[in-house]
Write a protein that binds this ligand. Structure first.
Ligand code: FEO
Ligand code: CA
Ligand code: CA
Ligand code: CA
Length: 633
């Protein structure tokens, strides 16, 4: 019988003495005393700049202190519940194998269980409900040290298959019963997308010679999606997911051609897949890497629908993709690629969104114009068209047609002189003000020998902390020019190095990654400081990865949630009423090498199970206000 996470409420059940034990004692004292201004009393301990203050009337919760222990924390008056951890059956009827704590589930089991390393997610209401819907969820990558009882090596075909089945996407059904969210299982909507799932390729590059392989001579159907990082929901009711660090799955071999080299392929991939699946060896399947790096579109409401890779949006190390609508209802898709010195893009559709949901808008993202961003020093910027035949994007420069421009988006952007950014992660669009926000998570190589120096948009050398940039298009979202500024430079003002201090108005954080506007206009920020930096040096006082709320009108930022040890906090999905917030806790217990020791799987974390013989698991968490109110208010 599968462990029922839906009945678990998160709290610190570890034996670790931590700051949280002290806080818990203080909280219980305060509860007994009927004191509500908890954060004010915690302030000397927490060091929260904004704790208990109410500079922004739109932020109604008490800030919590930086997280230092193996527990998830939320403010007083909120409750956080774990749901849908890695390995739980997704809910396909007749195929619901229980998770085994020793990781001994087979590859076949994993194909019908939730994958590993939860990331972006979205809530799709059933019948408009805020208490019953579908969650579409990315599984970014695997820690093969935790995935198999004997860890990563030696990699066998069966372990490669299990690793592939732990990647991709999940769709599960969730319902609120009383105060508890539960997975609905079995569910006709329950679905996994793995490396075996056929995806249709559409748009200008579909069928291109560079996308054809022996297994797919038409270049129009590819198997699987991988390294799905951020995600979003389109206004027509589909799910968009970015294929991010796909380059690291391929064995590039000893003589990598300049095209694959520009995309970061290396001699040996990081996951050992080529040993069990020859399509991940470039020597065997030279075009297979070209079939990844796309934005995928899924219709979670139709379990029989074929997922699609939309080539018109360009190939990149896509963190994700986010849709705005022009006033005349054309789709504008913003995206970026999370790699040092890479780019921010937008696509403007030719057609307009039609009434009728996913089916009526099936081709909307296949026709339009792709642009790459240039941020100028005067606070202005321009969108440069990635259109074959325009400017340097000609056959003489290596672009035979528009398909090749889209497959080689990076090379085309290099030629256009686009701005090399500090690792663009999530974007989010303020539908009220029409400003577009983007997290630039960090870039330790900025200004270092042999690398680009600082520029106005990426103003800090050895940028350990990251920043959030924002812009407003001239006219409408299809504007070719824009004005920009920084919402915030992250960091701790106590840091001695000027570039690591930041200018946060409120609670300190580093490495912004997840980003999303709530229905009420608050901007939520999530962080991804790596295990190699946690609690050390410039990150010493920042604590575990976290989620903060920002009032974009005042710039105030307040800490709302902190995660367990060495996890990343990612994924933001509110129910339509704003009263339930789904997030992902990714890789609790991450090790400095990103691969756990199978002999010591609980070295850094045993969240959320706390099973003596268990292992940490990525999971979704649903946050609710005890009084049923809107989150953050
Ligand atoms: Fe998958 Fe860029 O974070
Ligand atoms: Ca990310
Ligand atoms: Ca990140
Ligand atoms: Ca991560």
């Amino acid at each position: 019988m599968a462990k029922d996470f839906s009945t678990m409420e998160d709290s610190n059940r570890s034996g670790n003495a931590s700051i949280h034990d002290v806080l818990a004692q203080r909280r219980s004292v305060l509860k007994l005393a009927g004191v509500s201004a908890l954060a004010t009393l915690l302030q000397p301990l927490s060091g929260c700049a904004s704790a208990g203050s109410s500079a922004s009337p739109r932020l109604g919760f008490a800030a919590i202190p930086p997280g230092m222990g193996d527990a998830l924390q939320v403010p007083p008056g909120y409750v956080a519940q774990v749901i849908a951890a890695w390995g739980e059956p997704v809910g396909i009827e007749g195929r619901m194998p229980a998770f085994r704590m020793d990781a001994s589930n087979s590859a076949e089991d994993q194909a019908v269980q939730l994958g590993m390393h939860h990331d972006g997610l979205a809530f799709f209401p059933l019948g408009g409900s805020s208490t019953h819907g579908l969650i579409a969820l990315n599984h970014e990558y695997t820690d093969d040290g935790l995935l198999h009882p004997d860890g990563f090596l030696p990699m066998t075909p069966a372990k490669v298959k299990k690793s592939q089945n732990a990647h991709g996407l999940s769709v599960y059904e969730a319902k609120l019963h009383g105060q508890q969210w539960e997975m609905v299982r079995p569910s006709p909507y329950a679905r996994r997308f793995t490396l075996s799932t056929p995806f249709e390729m559409t748009g200008p590059a579909a069928g291109h010679a560079l996308l054809r392989t022996a297994a797919d001579p038409q270049g129009r159907t590819t198997l699987g999606t991988l390294n799905n990082c951020a995600s979003s929901q389109t206004p027509w009711g589909t799910y968009l997911s970015g294929e991010e660090n796909w380059a690291f799955y391929f064995d590039g071999g000893k003589n990598i051609d300049p095209h694959h080299k520009r995309w970061g392929l290396r001699e040996k991939g990081l996951y050992g897949w080529a040993s069990g699946d020859p399509r991940f060896a470039v020597a065997h399947t030279p075009n297979e890497p070209n079939r990844f790096g796309w934005v995928v579109e899924v219709d979670p409401m139709d379990p029989s629908s074929t997922p699609v890779k939309r080539t018109a949006l360009g190939r990149a190390a896509h963190e994700g993709a986010w849709v705005a609508l022009t006033r005349d209802q054309r789709a504008v898709v913003y995206s970026g690629e999370d790699a040092r010195f890479e780019y921010i893009y937008k696509f403007v559709s030719t057609g307009r969104m039609q009434a009728g949901g996913a089916k009526a808008n099936r081709g909307l993202l296949d026709h339009g114009t792709l642009y790459v961003a240039r941020f100028d020093a005067d606070g202005r910027g321009a969108w440069l068209p990635l259109v074959h035949g325009q400017g340097p994007l000609t056959a003489a420069n290596g672009f035979a047609d528009q398909g090749e421009v889209l497959i080689k988006t990076r090379q085309a952007s290099d030629l256009l002189g686009a701005t090399q950014m500090d690792r663009p992660e999530w974007l989010s669009i303020d539908t009220a003000s029409r400003w577009v926000y983007c997290t630039l998570t960090n870039n330790s190589q900025r200004g270092q020998a042999g690398h680009p120096g600082v520029d106005a948009a990426n103003p800090r050398a050895n940028n350990s902390m990251g920043q959030i940039i924002r812009w407003l298009e001239d006219g409408d979202h299809d504007g070719l020019q824009f004005s920009w500024n920084h919402l915030v430079l992250a960091g701790d003002p106590a840091n001695p190095r000027a570039e690591a201090k930041g200018n946060v108005k409120g609670d300190i954080f580093g490495c912004p990654d997840g980003l999303g506007f709530a229905p009420n206009g608050l901007l939520w920020i999530q962080t991804d400081v790596h295990a190699t930096q946690m609690y050390q040096g410039e990150f010493k006082t920042i604590g575990n990865n976290q989620m903060l709320a920002c009032d974009p009108q005042t710039g105030e930022i307040r800490r709302f949630l902190t995660g367990p040890t060495n996890c990343e906090i990612t994924g933001i999905a509110f129910t339509p009423d704003g009263r339930n917030l789904f997030i992902s806790v990714q890789h609790p217990g991450e090790t400095p090498t990103d691969r756990s020791d199978p002999k010591n799987p609980r070295q850094f974390s045993n969240w959320p199970d706390r099973e003596p013989q268990g292992r940490p698991r990525s999971a979704n968490v649903v946050i609710r206000k005890r009084d049923g109110g809107v989150i953050g208010t």
